[in-house]
Design a protein around this ligand. Structure first.
Ligand SMILES: NC(=O)c1ccc[n+]([C@@H]2O[C@H](COP(=O)([O-])OP(=O)(O)OC[C@H]3O[C@@H](n4cnc5c(N)ncnc54)[C@H](OP(=O)(O)O)[C@@H]3O)[C@@H](O)[C@H]2O)c1
Length: 331
């Protein structure tokens, strides 16, 4: 009988954050909780910000980071989630205020857990992870607000990143003409291979300083914020929508009310962490079906064993990554 398991844990000391591998004893699980043997986690920009201390992500310390996990339930005190089920957990405070996916096992409240849908392997679920789930919320909300492929091109900023890559793939497979915005000249071939029709530089958007410019796009998914989001809003067509996801450039928003009151443009807020449970379930079903990206094998750029996770974060901070990275939590 195994008595303990490996986790990667972050502590706070007088010099800042310190992280490393530890053995964690199995403790009894509480009512309404489930214990999951974690097969895979993933690395999101948020995880890298937290572990390196570049962003204030953790709301408790010490903590096992990792905002995503997929695996098999090995112990359950939650009726809807029996032992033996394959499950996904993303967001909900995992890896932020509750020990997360960077361990061989994780214990979570049963109502955070979504059953792994038919049509999605555990590996595919983590290639998607929070990034893919967030892209799905964007597409869902844009279409709920009336977007159709016939309305015109859809812009995706920060396109070579995790959210951007999955968004490009889902939109193009739903017959949208996708214009990807990327700083990386070398990403053009990759973005076209996953469905982008055209790739433009961020300057073409960030350089737009007026609140209203010529309209070019029916809708947009924005990962950058700041002047990029201001520029995006300025060139959205009448009654189009913009999903605001990220702040990779800036957390501020520079615009005026003009796009909203003169063109009927909608700004849709995207918050994956606290997505209501019924919608969370519905969107994971869609990710295994009508939203399932066709190019997951191109989007996944690396698989990191848990035993080497400590070396995996700096490339995210240095902005050297593209696509998605998964973690093998049993290695
Ligand atoms: N609202 C939510 O629920 C939610 C969920 C997940 C993520 N997010 C946020 O959404 C954003 C994207 O997340 P992600 O996981 O896709 O991150 P990511 O993999 O690091 O991708 C971000 C992309 O943004 C672009 N970028 C980064 N810094 C930039 C800069 N200074 N100027 C212009 N472009 C820049 C890069 O794409 P190019 O090189 O192609 O330009 C980069 O690949 C992040 O801000 C993240 O915090 C929000």
């Amino acid at each position: 009988m195994v008595e303990d398991y490996k986790v990667f844990r972050v502590h706070k000391n007088e010099k800042g954050l310190k992280s490393g591998f530890e053995q964690q004893a199995f403790e009894p699980i509480a009512e309404d909780q489930v214990r999951i043997k974690v097969k895979h986690s993933s690395i999101n920009y948020k995880d890298a910000l937290g572990v390196t201390g570049k962003g204030k992500i953790f709301r408790k310390l010490p903590i096992v980071p990792g905002i995503d996990a997929v695996g098999e339930v090995v112990e359950s005190k939650y009726a809807d989630c029996p032992k033996g089920s394959s499950v996904i957990v993303t967001g909900c405070g995992l890896g932020e205020l509750h020990d997360g996916g960077y361990g061989q096992y994780v214990t979570v409240p049963g109502d955070w857990v979504v059953a792994l849908p038919d049509g999605l392997s555990m590996k595919e679920a983590m290639i998607l992870g929070t990034a893919g789930f967030t892209a799905a919320i964007c597409v869902y909300r844009l279409e709920l607000n009336g977007l159709k492929p016939s309305h015109g091109p859809v812009l995706v900023t920060g396109a070579s990143g995790g959210v951007g890559s999955v968004a490009v793939d889902i939109l193009s497979s739903r017959s949208y003409e996708v214009v990807a915005v990327s700083r990386k000249a070398e990403a053009e071939g990759y973005l076209k291979s996953i469905g982008a029709k055209a790739v433009i530089k961020p300057d073409e958007i960030i350089g737009l300083k007026r609140p209203l410019e010529s309209t070019k796009y029916a809708a947009a998914i924005d990962n950058l914020g700041g002047q990029a989001l201001g520029g995006v809003l300025a060139c959205i067509d009448l009654w189009g929508s913009v999903a605001s996801v990220g702040l990779a450039l800036d957390h501020e928003l520079r615009t005026t009310v003009m796009p909203f009151i003169l063109r009927g443009v909608s700004l849709l807020g995207i918050s994956s962490t606290n997505c209501p449970y019924p919608l969370r379930k519905e969107l994971w079903q869609k990710l295994a079906g009508e939203y399932k990206p066709r190019h997951l094998e191109e989007i996944v750029k690396g698989e990191v064993p848990l035993s080497q996770i400590d070396q995996a974060f700096m490339p995210f901070i240095e902005r050297k990554t593209s696509g998605r990275y998964i973690v093998n939590c049993q290695e």
